[in-house]
Design a protein around this ligand. Sequence first.
Ligand SMILES: NC(=O)c1ccc[n+]([C@@H]2O[C@H](COP(=O)([O-])OP(=O)(O)OC[C@H]3O[C@@H](n4cnc5c(N)ncnc54)[C@H](OP(=O)(O)O)[C@@H]3O)[C@@H](O)[C@H]2O)c1
Length: 329
Amino acid sequence: MSNSNKYNNPFQATLTGIKSLFKKGERIGTLSPSDTLSGKKVLITGASSGLGLAVAKDIARLGGEVIMVVRSGIPEKGEEVRRESGSSKITMLYVDLSDFDSINVLVEKIKTEVGPLDVVICNAGVVASTARKTKTGLEEMFMVNYLSSYYFLRLMLKNKLIKEGQPEASRIIVVDSESHRDPAAYNWDAFGTFTPHTMGKTVALYGYYKLLLITFTYELSRRVNRDGFTHSVFSLCPGPVNSNIAREAPPLFQPLIKLVFGIFFRSPEKASEPVVYLAASKSLEGKSFEYLFLMQQKEIDEKAMDPANGKKLWMLSEQLIAQLGYGLN
Ligand SMILES: NC(=O)c1ccc[n+]([C@@H]2O[C@H](COP(=O)([O-])OP(=O)(O)OC[C@H]3O[C@@H](n4cnc5c(N)ncnc54)[C@H](OP(=O)(O)O)[C@@H]3O)[C@@H](O)[C@H]2O)c1
């Protein structure tokens, strides 16, 4: 399944991440004092930890009203954001992204308690030590790292909960990973099928789900803007982040992981820069798609830009969700 073997196992993935930090590239830009989020409603998933928590603080500092969508950390993580940013415009909403019913409840809450959003950031992700079945029988990493974003964003758009253009397009930002380049091909025949795996295969699967995620993100940018420009759809890889992403690695390796992450990986506070730039920079107005690796503009993998793959993924995802009894139309 692997293309380059750069993310084939946890050790290679760590090494690839560290090496990537030393590659030189041109910065897309820097936020200017006029790039505020004042008056903007910004939702972020996975805001209880790592990158998402750091982004929530930055958004609050830039004056945005922050909707922290979390599975844990209510209310203490919201209080932390309030305390460190000095902002009181913080709302917390619960979701378990491995559960369609929970996503339905979240969307209803957004409808009744929050209203249409200016920026939506799909950030939550998981690296599971082993394959776990969700309530509907899907593999948890497949659901959390890919299908939940598809389902959530489609529901949000259907319910007009992401503002449509005029005077400024709203922004949808999806946190991806450079590991999306690693899989050699899509495995359409096994789409949505539960396949048992252990930690050895987890990293390769993670890259595959990030490939699905970025293929969907690119297809979304095509579809939402088909009849006129209404939404900027952005994606990024934050580079290696010293977060809790490796929390399920075997206990024996935890001290080593903490050491390596602490020395070589970027702090969530630093790693948040591309997410916040994509959310707030006025220089990106009018762009329908952009992908950043750290602060550098990059093309995404060719396969993910192919409209035939985008269309196929869109259709298979819709069919799978319908088979599981959750409608989108
Ligand atoms: N760390 C890296 O080196 C790196 C590199 C490239 C891309 N990324 C991406 O960056 C994003 C953020 O990850 P991170 O590094 O900040 O890791 P993290 O510290 O583990 O944060 C992951 C977040 O996702 C949430 N989450 C996981 N499963 C969930 C579920 N079923 N329902 C709702 N929320 C769920 C977690 O909530 P709980 O706290 O409740 O578990 C947590 O808030 C992910 O998309 C990841 O793939 C990370």
